[in-house]
Design a protein around this ligand. Structure first.
Ligand code: NAP
Length: 331
């Protein structure tokens, strides 16, 4: 491994962040079968110590829990962090569209101007900071015009409360709506070795408009960590419990893929997770790979992949194995 952490600019902004970012959804507990707070805080700190600057969170991750833990972890280290959080999944209002319930409260997709300003203030309090580096519309709200949402975000940027603007879970139509309404810096979308949809749908438009892409669930919810064996059970509200991706049959197929790419990992002294992450940040159009971690060991392992440059030959060889897996994939 070379020693310098790979960094990249977020879209049209002058913000430079580590290509491998730490995701903190699981730290909120919700949909992940609970959380260990001390381990979560240590994970964030370990990632920063290992060169990760990009840290992604959201109010919806445990109704503020993930943001609070990130806030506690970055106390005294704010200057080392490019902090990304989100708006638009609101539980202080019933405007917009009902999306899901969490902890018995209805959560709505809503991106009205006043609600965004309110949500940001709540996030700043939980994060213990007075600005966010990258602020993202988490899910899109068909009840509010995109122009109103973007105008509100641009105003917050002018006030110095946010430094760049992102959008997440967008259709191509939404993305073009934002581009027509003004300037955004990044999209945040599901992308991994086995979730490649945006390559054809959104990334060409991003490339034409200097818009970065932050991949989320870059390890396919842990399936691509190389550590989900046949006996791993998922408990409580863990979203992986009944997910066909984690079926015994699919675990066997993934394990066959890992067997094929393991020689490349071995050649570079990488773990499977590290090879997967290094491959992700090598993909054209994928600027940043967000990888969740629940403890310092995972955070350190993933962070180290942010220093790896794979050769074109390695990438082509991995692509061949992935294509073979995808042809046989059920879900
Ligand atoms: N914008 C959106 O709508 C959206 C949606 C999803 C995610 N995101 C963001 O993207 C981030 C990353 O995605 P994600 O957390 O959903 O999924 P992910 O990164 O694909 O997987 C994270 C999970 O994989 C396991 N894992 C990670 N590294 C590991 C390692 N080195 N060894 C073994 N296991 C490891 C951990 O779970 P276990 O230990 O429990 O197995 C961890 O919680 C999120 O945290 C969030 O910040 C955004």
């Amino acid at each position: 491994m070379s020693s310098a952490t790979i960094t990249r600019k977020i879209g049209n902004s002058d913000i430079e962040a580590s290509a491998v970012g730490l995701g903190t959804w699981a730290m909120g507990g919700w949909m992940w079968g609970g959380t260990d707070e001390a381990q979560s805080i240590s994970a964030v700190q370990a990632a920063i110590d290992e060169g990760v600057s990009l840290i992604d969170t959201a109010p919806a991750y445990g109704m503020g829990k993930s943001e609070e833990l990130v806030g506690a972890a970055i106390k005294g280290r704010r200057d080392k962090v490019i902090l990304s959080t989100k708006c638009g999944l609101a539980w202080h209002t019933t405007q917009g569209n009902h999306f899901f319930d969490q902890a018995g409260k209805p959560v709505h997709r809503y991106l009205g101007a006043a609600s965004i300003a309110y949500e940001l203030e709540q996030s700043l309090k939980r994060l213990g900071t007075d600005y966010v580096d990258h602020y993202i519309t988490h899910w899109q709200d068909p009840t509010t015009p995109i122009s109103e949402t973007l105008e509100a975000l641009i105003k917050l940027k002018e006030q110095g409360k946010i430094r760049s603007i992102g959008v997440s879970n967008v259709s191509l139509e939404d993305l073009n709506g934002y581009i027509d309404a003004g300037q955004i810096d990044a999209i945040q979308e599901c992308y991994s070795m086995i979730d490649r949809g945006v390559e054809k749908t959104l990334l060409p438009t991003c490339a034409d408009n200097t818009i970065s892409c932050l991949s989320y669930s870059s390890l396919a919810l842990g399936l691509l960590s190389g550590k989900v064996g046949p006996d791993r059970q998922f408990e409580g509200d863990d979203q992986r419990k009944d997910n066909p991706r984690f079926s015994p049959e699919n675990r066997r197929k993934i394990s066959a893929l890992f067997e094929e790419i393991k020689p490349i990992a071995d050649e570079h002294s990488l773990t499977i997770a590290q090879l997967v992450i290094a491959w992700t940040i090598s993909r054209p159009g994928i600027t940043f790979a967000l990888c969740g971690a629940r403890n310092p060991e995972q955070a350190i392992e993933n962070a180290k992949a942010g220093r790896v440059h794979l050769s074109a030959g390695d990438v082509a060889s991995i692509d061949k194995s992935v294509d073979h897996y995808l042809e046989n994939m059920d879900s």
